[in-house]
Design a protein around this ligand. Structure first.
Ligand SMILES: [Zn+2]
Length: 266
């Protein structure tokens, strides 16, 4: 009986292209290879860069690049090499940021006006980098492809913050699944791994707590940006981030090893 069950489970695993996510060790359903993930990300980035305006102010761009570079340098080598890590600053007043599965990260100018320190900016960038490392984009893509929803239908599911970029990707024939909201579980994972990256890079983790608190207030009624996704940002999520931050500050060895502590997720 047990053996039969094992066999069935094994077959199901094969059929459903399950992968194990790094660091958080969750079973993921992903139908893309790493290479396909990179290609889809490249296509999407190209389409976005063709149509969206980039910020020209070198001071702003340099600031984002400096923080991003510091985070990148703190990644374990394996993840440095795996993606095409780049950051772009879009000339758009929205308080928002998002990542493509190839490691290209887009920050909106509005976010730069909102953050009060490099630590806060690092919190958002590290959160986005974590989505890439954890392959959340490929996971979203896989779920929606298998549900065989057309891109046209997907457009209706995008939050207003992404509709503009979504429709331009759609026009360019590029998948917009990457812009769909993440699940609560994916957000929690990106929060967790983002904090590890931040700490490795030497940023103050309190920046994440402060930013999340102000974001929660600001977006209590408005449509939230990507990194908040769940709407409204749950008290539980904020509470958990606080708890994790105070633990990690006492135990920096976790970030050093790039592993997550087992805390009760309440
Ligand atoms: Zn997120």
């Amino acid at each position: 009986m047990l053996r039969k069950l094992f066999l069935l489970t094994f077959l199901a695993l094969l059929i459903f292209s399950c992968a194990r996510s790094p660091i958080v060790h969750r079973t993921q359903f992903i139908i893309l290879t790493h290479q396909q993930e990179m290609e889809l990300g490249n296509q999407a980035a190209k389409a976005i860069l063709k149509r969206e305006k980039l910020v020209k102010n070198p001071k702003l761009v340099e600031r984002v690049k400096r923080v991003f570079e510091k985070l990148y340098k703190a990644l374990p080598d394996k993840y440095k090499k795996l993606y095409d890590w780049k950051v772009y600053v879009l000339d758009n007043p929205q308080v928002n940021a998002f990542a493509l599965p190839n490691g290209n990260i887009f920050v909106y100018k509005g976010l730069l006006d909102f953050v009060k320190s490099d630590d806060e900016l690092a919190a958002v960038l590290a959160h986005e980098m974590a989505h890439v490392i954890l392959r959340h984009g490929a996971e979203k893509y896989s779920t929606y492809e298998v549900a065989s929803l057309g891109e046209y239908l997907l457009l209706g599911k995008l939050s207003p913050a992404y509709r503009q970029i979504g429709s331009l990707l759609y026009e360019a024939g590029v998948s917009i699944a990457f812009l769909l909201p993440y699940s609560r579980e994916q957000e929690r994972e990106a929060d967790e791994v983002g904090l590890l990256i931040m700490q490795r890079a030497g940023f103050n983790l309190d920046g994440a707590v402060k930013l999340w608190e102000r974001m929660t207030k600001k977006f209590a009624k408005e449509e939230p940006p990507e990194f908040l996704s769940d709407h409204p940002l749950s008290k539980e999520r904020l509470e958990y981030v606080r708890k994790l931050v105070s633990f990690l500050k006492k135990h920096p060895e976790y970030a050093k090893k790039f592993v997550l502590p087992k805390l009760e997720n309440s």
